[in-house]
Write a protein that binds this ligand. Structure first.
Ligand code: PEP
Ligand code: MG
Length: 750
């Protein structure tokens, strides 16, 4: 059964459009379930309360598009309304049965229907029918499993189809990644090269494109002949011959001719090749003979080889739109670096959430980002106009005049707000009842330094040292690290600079230090890696302490502390490095202040022990929220559950503040919550007075601080703790922010 399921799901995912995908499903199900008929109803886009027949097999095809059922109407409407399967031996006798006239439906009284549900929305219903013999439990389970597996593909195909049909202002929704808005042009990334993710693009340089294609084909063919030669020594002749067979497929014939034809129709080489490969593979897949059906995989394998070569030959990023919106299934931190900073206007990604590192980076760069858009029609978007709303997590594809006008106005209003905020640069961050708050920046990028100083930052509260590690293809040497740290310490001379030791693992991989784990966030991360590799830790600390000589503003922060032993070991190594440098230089070297990140629940419960060992603690609300709520910070499927304003997270933070108070240990917050205007209100209310955030959030946070008294926020915090969930707490703070006329900080428009 699993093979049948896999085959159908794969075929549907490869189908070129929604109609062919739905036809494939109805045909396969009629065959695999030994049914006489199969129908698929899908909810209407503009009226989800009505389902319309989109595909059928075994019934009169003239009824497609003509039969509609409201929720609760007929068997189909009842299945959709109750989101529950129905298995009937005699459907016409059921009280909800409603005959579809001229369909031949009454010939097949045995009925099984299941809802298609994605992200809690009922997208439609799949039903199979036959003339006798009830559908058994296995068949019901099969159909239910298939509907669940196909739901996201159908959702996405629908979205692509609607978009292709030329609908103006197609709205897609995800989660807010980084605040702000942008109007720009989509640039689809070609990173993780695979056939499915090749975007459609038009070309004017037909001859150039044909040449690129021929060159790529020739190179792959030559490589295959070479491989065949090498393999002859190691493999039986029959196996080695496979490479020759592959090479021959690239020596002319329909694969090449069909692709060239598609290019001559104005398509760029990669999508022309993709469509040719898919069409050929599909022909093989339809063959009854299992050996021949398997050849479809060979064609795809060959397709991928040529595609990889093609993508290397192409340099699609030469002309960046003035306002580039990066679009992709997976936009990564290094993708951002590919776009010239003055062109990068926004990000829209199928995967990820607000605390994914790419979203944090976007925030640091002041770029709006929408993450976790499940039905993003990525392939269709290259070159298309987009409006990105990073406040509510939505994007408008092909926006019409009204949307453009509205967002044009919002952008003007936002520019006015930003202009006003510039006046606050030199104003101290003090509440109306005179509580002074220290505002620091989170960074790791040199490009942040000048804006940070311009915004009046009082230092660096979190320097993510992993960023310089991530953009290299090997560990940076001690001297390279020394230069980087010296630069930031000097730039912020006279102000504290908190350098965090290497925090890789989880979702922050190093290409040159691969870690393969089933649960990376519960695995080898942060301090766990560097203590297991003291040579990395010691080199880094050595560079930090040397860089601090004569400047003396360094503080060192240790990430992912989950046990006292990790602190003991880290402190031992740091002390050893200090002694070594003293010996090397013959000078007295002061130990910098050492802090621990509190971002793992065990550290919350050991806060008093930890505070006895360090000079300060810094709360990492991103990981603390992830670990307390058991919600992967990167997973768009649970992004709605990720909220640092959840009462459990607020209570944990209060416990940290109270625990640290006993030893007078300073507490700061450096997770994303510290830069969220509502977060600022909550954190001040619980008595925190040092916040470290992306530079783009700093002046807004200051404005919030200037608008409230600490005592008002303390009262509000007490109320928040009484509330049952994050949604209500957010509303509580948002309405108070609105009352002060600052609603424009958390949404588009004033
Ligand atoms: C955090 O977890 O809140 C934090 C600041 O660290 P990072 O986001 O780099 O994991
Ligand atoms: Mg963290």
């Amino acid at each position: 059964m699993i093979h049948r399921l896999q085959r159908i799901v794969q075929e549907v995912n490869r189908a070129l459009d929604t109609d062919s995908a739905l036809d494939l499903i109805t045909e396969s199900l009629t065959r695999d379930l030994n049914a006489d008929a199969c129908t698929i109803f899908l909810a209407k886009e503009n009226d989800p309360g009505v389902l319309v027949l989109k595909a059928c097999s075994g019934l009169n095809p003239d009824i497609i598009g003509k039969v509609e059922r409201r929720l609760g109407q007929g068997l189909i409407g009842t299945i959709a309304a109750r989101a529950e399967a129905m298995n009937l031996i005699d459907a016409p006798r059921h009280k909800d049965f409603l005959l579809v006239p001229n369909s031949r439906e009454d010939d097949f009284p045995v009925f099984l229907g299941v809802p298609i549900i994605a992200h809690r929305d009922v997208l439609g219903v799949i039903a199979v029918q036959r003339d006798q013999e009830a559908f058994n439990e296995d068949e019901e389970a099969f159909l239910t499993t298939l509907a669940a597996q196909l739901a996201t593909s159908i959702e996405r195909a629908e979205s692509e189809g609607r978009f292709r049909a030329g609908a103006v202002t197609h709205v897609v929704r995800g989660v807010p990644g980084a605040p702000g808005m942008a109007i720009g042009e989509a640039l689809v990334l070609n990173r993780g090269v695979n056939l499915e993710s090749v975007p459609n693009k038009k070309t004017k340089d037909i001859d150039g494109e044909v040449k690129t294609f021929s060159d790529a084909v020739r190179k792959v063919r030559d490589e295959l002949y070479e491989q065949a030669e090498k393999m002859r020594a190691a493999l039986p002749e029959e196996e080695a011959a496979l490479f020759v067979a592959y090479a021959q497929m690239l020596s002319g014939g329909s694969l090449i001719e069909d692709t060239e034809k598609r290019i001559r129709e104005g398509n760029w080489a990669p999508s022309s090749w993709r469509d040719t490969v898919e069409a050929h593979a599909h022909v093989f897949e339809q063959m009854e003979d299992s050996y021949l059906a398997e050849r479809a995989n060979d064609i795809r394998d060959l397709g991928l080889r040529v595609l990889r070569k093609l993508m290397l030959e192409q340099s699609p990023y030469l002309d960046f739109p003035q306002q580039t919106i990066l679009v992709g299934d997976e936009v990564t931190a290094t993708d951002l670096a590919d776009v010239p900073p003055d062109c990068l206007a926004g990000i829209v990604s199928t995967h990820g959430s607000s605390s994914s590192h790419v979203a944090i980076l976007a925030h640091a760069l002041g770029i709006p980002a929408v993450m976790g858009v499940p039905n993003l029609p990525v392939k269709q978007l290259d070159g298309v106009k987009l409006v990105v709303d990073g406040y509510n997590g939505s994007a408008f594809i092909n926006p019409d005049k009204a949307v453009l006008k509205e967002y044009g106005r919002y952008l003007e209003e936002e520019a006015a707000i930003e202009q006003d905020l510039l006046n606050l640069k030199n104003v101290p961050a003090v509440t109306t009842d005179n509580h002074q708050i220290r505002l620091l920046v989170n960074t790791g990028l040199m490009s942040d330094y000048t804006p940070s100083l311009r915004s009046g930052a009082e230092g660096v509260g979190l320097y993510r040292t992993e960023i310089p590690f991530q953009v290299r293809d090997r560990f940076p040497s001690e001297e390279e690290q020394f230069q980087i740290y010296r630069n930031v310490l000097e730039t912020f001379k006279g102000m504290p600079v908190v350098l965090r030791t290497l925090d890789v693992g989880g979702d922050k991989p190093l290409n040159y230090f691969p870690i393969r784990e089933a649960n990376p966030f519960l695995g080898w991360r942060g301090i766990r890696i560097t203590l297991d590799h003291p040579e990395i830790f010691v080199t880094q600390v050595h560079a930090m302490i040397r860089a601090n000589v004569g400047i003396n503003n360094l503080e060192i922060l240790l990430p992912m502390i989950s046990a006292r032993a990790e602190l003991d070991d880290s402190l031992f190594l740091i002390n050893r490095v200090r002694a070594e440098i003293e010996e090397e230089t013959g000078e007295k070297i002061w130990l910098p202040k050492i802090g621990a990140m509190i971002e793992v629940p065990s550290a919350v419960y050991q806060i008093d022990d930890i505070c006895e060992m360090v000079d300060f603690v810094s709360i990492g609300t991103n990981d603390l929220t992830q670990y307390l709520l058991a919600v992967d910070r990167n997973n768009e499927n649970v992004a709605d559950l990720f909220s640092s304003l959840h009462p459990a997270v607020l209570k944990a933070m209060r416990q940290i503040v109270e625990g640290a108070r006993e030893t007078d240990t300073p507490v700061s917050v450096c997770g994303e919550l510290a830069g969220d205007p509502l977060g600022v209100m909550a954190l001040l209310g619980m008595g925190i007075d040092t916040l470290s955030m992306s530079v783009g959030s700093l002046l807004r946070a200051k404005k919030v601080i200037l608008s409230f008294s600490q005592s008002e926020l303390a009262d509000l915090f007490a109320q928040a703790l009484e509330m049952p969930d994050a949604f209500m707490i957010r509303e509580l703070y948002a309405s108070r922010l609105d009352e002060r006329g600052l609603g424009g900080f958390i949404r588009a428009g004033k």
